[in-house]
Design a protein around this ligand. Structure first.
Ligand code: MLT
Length: 431
């Protein structure tokens, strides 16, 4: 009989948000009379910016005429969108990125999941804790880890993000006294108290952070770029929530840091910027100066490898959707997306204030649409309490990693009315 990829058996039974949906659906089925408010998964609720909608309609109409009809587009995306991205998202912020270094895709989740396959099977990983679970799970699927022991996979260097470091981990120390892993199938789990003997080669960073909402300063990102340069590592920088940054001076892109072109890949999305979670459009930046080596020490451009993968496995984002994304870069698009993200940040402020009034500490919500709440109790227990007593869905911190225990993530993505109702219900439930 055909055999399975046994790495899948190392995974938790289901994906975090699928697990939550199952619990919520069971509750809804048992209590159909109690309306639920969802502040769990970060899914947007407000309609598309009008300028994006108009572009979507117009481009769809173009498909109705032979003269303007479009079939397959370039796998990497249309030039009109790649050029707008390079100009507005990077060059305008002093980040030296060219249009042909942009790969348009249908979502950052897929891109951050797929990127690992162009690196060697024994690549050493550094992944934050707590973390967006896709980074970990896709590396488990690819066989880069050992088994899960007490919520941690052997072979991963966990970058602990806690109140002690302001939720922004520094590059890990490399301990010469810690002997290298003897067996790739059972390497030791490493953490700040058990530093790795060799440096990480593939480093996942996400700022503004999901789930904590923390942001990294220029100096903190510069330290990571320096580490990556020193150890010939690659940083995978997830900037899906960049449009929520409001504090002046916080970098929007890792490419604002000098030298980052040589060590980093960046992921961006229109989902939280322009409400595209249902429309699907994102992009990945792979600078041409980013190199990695083969087993014989020969250098290869990562750009060429990702281009090879992208053209083989992906057929491009639809023309109307790319037109809708390009509309974000018009003057109206800039104003409308700013209003949209301001609206969700208004929700976030209400959530933060309400949480603090209830006597719990929290971070996030000022440069991010997530509020990371220290509940002081078991995170799944707190999730159940809010679901059963307030009919409010949050995300239990333990689902993001061991350091998430004791916390929940509350999302600011909902209508103002639902957010205020949820906060009233939470206050009543905790009284
Ligand atoms: C989240 O809730 O963490 C995000 O919505 C998940 C995603 O963007 O895939």
């Amino acid at each position: 009989m055909i055999r399975i990829n046994e790495n899948y058996t190392k995974l938790k039974a289901s994906y975090l948000f699928a697990d939550i949906a199952k619990r919520v659906n069971a509750y809804v089925a048992a209590h159909p009379q109690l309306p639920i408010i969802r502040l769990g998964i970060g899914d947007v609720t407000e309609p598309l910016p009008p300028v994006c909608l108009a572009a979507l309609h117009a481009a769809t109409d173009e498909m109705a005429h032979r003269a303007t009809f479009k079939g397959y587009g370039p796998e990497q995306g249309y030039a009109f969108l790649r050029e707008a991205v390079a100009q507005h998202d990077f060059k305008a912020h002093g980040a030296p990125i060219e249009a042909d270094e942009i790969f348009i895709s249908d979502g950052s989740k897929c891109d951050v999941a797929n990127i690992q396959e162009i690196f060697a099977a024994d690549t050493r990983l550094a992944i934050p804790d707590p973390v967006y679970p896709v980074y970990v799970d896709t590396n488990v699927m690819a066989g880069r880890t050992g088994a899960n022991q007490d919520g941690r996979y052997a072979g991963i260097t966990y970058l602990e993000s806690t109140a002690a470091n302001g939720y922004v981990p520094a590059p890990p120390a490399v301990s010469p006294s810690n002997p290298p892993a003897v067996s790739p199938s059972n390497p030791p789990a490493v953490s700040p108290s058990n530093p790795p003997a060799v440096a990480a080669e593939l480093i996942y960073l996400c700022f503004p952070n999901n789930p904590t909402g923390a942001v990294a300063t220029r100096a903190q990102l510069a330290a990571w770029v320096a580490y990556a340069k020193q150890h010939h590592a690659v940083i995978l920088f997830d900037a899906a929530y960049e449009s929520y940054i409001r504090t002046p001076g916080i970098p929007r892109s890792i490419y604002e840091i000098e030298g980052a072109r040589d060590v980093a890949i960046e992921f961006r999305s229109y989902s939280k910027l322009a409400g595209f979670t249902g429309l699907r459009c994102a992009y990945t930046v792979v600078p041409k100066s980013l190199k990695a080596r083969d087993a014989d020490g020969n250098e290869h451009a990562i750009h060429a490898l990702w281009n090879r993968r992208h053209t083989t496995k992906f057929n491009g984002v639809s023309y109307p959707v790319q037109k809708a994304a390009a509309a974000v870069y018009t003057a109206e698009g800039q104003a409308q997306t700013r209003a949209l993200t301001d609206f969700y940040l208004g929700n976030a402020k209400l959530i933060r204030e309400a949480v603090q009034q209830l006597g719990m500490s929290c971070i996030g919500g000022d440069n991010a649409p997530y509020i990371w709440v220290n509940t002081g109790r078991d995170s799944w227990e707190f999730f159940d309490l809010l679901l059963h007593k307030a009919q409010v869905v949050c995300t239990p911190g333990a689902g993001f990693g061991r350091c998430g225990e004791g916390h929940v993530r509350i999302s600011a993505f909902n209508s103002r009315e639902n957010v205020t109702t949820a906060l009233t219900r939470i206050a009543a439930a905790l009284r």
